[in-house]
Design a protein around this ligand. Structure first.
Ligand code: UFG
Length: 318
């Protein structure tokens, strides 16, 4: 297929773009490089640097079979400080993309949604039917886009799949996580192991979880990419399908740090700090729907493997 990958110079976008190219698709990446890196665009993809809302109409006029829309602002904390950046950068831009797709008859969309659309869950594992009550602006903007996609599918026949990522981690060869402003647990812990950060603060040890620290569902970025390829081939005209992507297993922050110690051989000094605002205690996905409807089965579910791949990537970039 001829595919437009927005945000394909970012972490998840670059891994997916690489897998799409390997699978034989014709890939054009568009990225403004505000958080992405030009050298993360895989060889074999065409790269267009620019503002998505500005360039999408011209690009799509060329006739594409589908769009994979990764480009987004994705820092939860920042979204609370500067909501306009998120409502404009995520919602407005996505609406402009949807309109450009409609105008040029682009039939398919795979959208990067998030577990943050659910907020604090009543029940775990979280099903796609769970209430959506985001606790931060980032999650609210992604949910708003999901609603817009549903309406466009119903009204205009768009074939769409939203994938709600839980905690993405790991790397795929030269493609991995390298944010200038890093807020995610595993890369921060690995920075300590690399010696580029002095110590780690674990936010909160008084959560209602087995060891008092938050529990998250870590999904390997390569398993996530495979889900995108499957989603692409399961789109249905006029339908907006929504799937959670996680492994169904939770690891506590303490377990993550211990695994990082085992993988890196570094003591990784850590102290407990107050809770971070907006952090739910436990986020674990039910990914049964993705298994049943897309035939997706995550294969790199072992935390040791996930951290080892991230560590290899971190060291290769040092
Ligand atoms: N954490 C620490 N210390 C740090 C960084 C993180 O203790 O220095 C903790 C957090 O408080 C949280 C856990 O590690 O308990 C995981 O935090 P991350 O920031 O790595 O990930 P989140 O679970 O907050 O966020 C992820 C995605 C978001 C998405 C969210 C859905 O990165 O994009 O899941 O809830 F919105």
């Amino acid at each position: 297929m001829k595919l437009l990958v927005t945000g394909g110079a970012g972490y998840v976008g670059s891994v997916c773009a690489a897998r799409l190219v390997e699978a034989g698709h014709e890939v054009t990446v568009v990225d403004d490089l505000t958080t992405g890196h030009a050298d993360a665009v895989p060889p074999g993809a065409t790269f267009v640097e620019g503002d998505l809302a500005e360039v999408a109409p011209t690009l799509l006029a060329d006739g594409f079979d589908g769009v994979l829309h990764f480009a987004a602002k994705s820092l939860v904390g920042e979204s609370m400080q500067d909501p306009a950046k998120y409502w404009n950068g995520n919602v407005l831009t996505s609406l402009q993309l949807l309109d450009a797709m409609r105008e040029h008859g682009t039939p398919r969309l795979v959208f990067s949604s998030t577990a943050a659309t659910y907020g604090e869950p009543d029940q775990v594992p979280i099903l796609e039917t769970a209430p959506t009550r985001p606790t931060n602006t980032y999650g609210a903007t992604k949910l708003a886009i999901d609603h817009a996609i549903t309406s466009y599918a119903k009204a205009h026949g768009l074939a769409a799949v939203s994938l709600r990522y839980f905690n993405v981690a790991g790397a795929y060869g030269p493609y991995g996580e390298r944010h200038t402003t890093e807020t995610h647990l595993i890369p921060i812990v690995l920075q300590v192991a690399m010696g580029t950060r002095e110590a780690l603060s674990i936010y909160g040890d008084d959560y209602p979880t087995p060891d008092g620290t938050c529990v998250r569902d870590y999904i390997h970025v390569l398993d996530l990419a495979e889900a995108h390829l499957l989603a692409l081939s399961h789109t249905v005209e006029g339908e907006h399908q929504i799937y959670n992507l996680g492994t169904g297993t939770g690891f506590s922050n303490r377990e993550v740090v211990e695994t990082c110690r085992a993988v890196t051989g570094h003591p990784i000094p850590a102290t407990y700090a107050p809770r971070r605002a907006g952090d739910p205690a436990t986020l674990v996905a039910s990914a049964d729907a993705a298994a049943e409807k897309l035939g997706w089965k995550p294969e790199r579910t072992d935390l040791h493997t996930i951290v080892s791949d991230a560590w290899e990537f971190t060291r290769s970039r040092a």
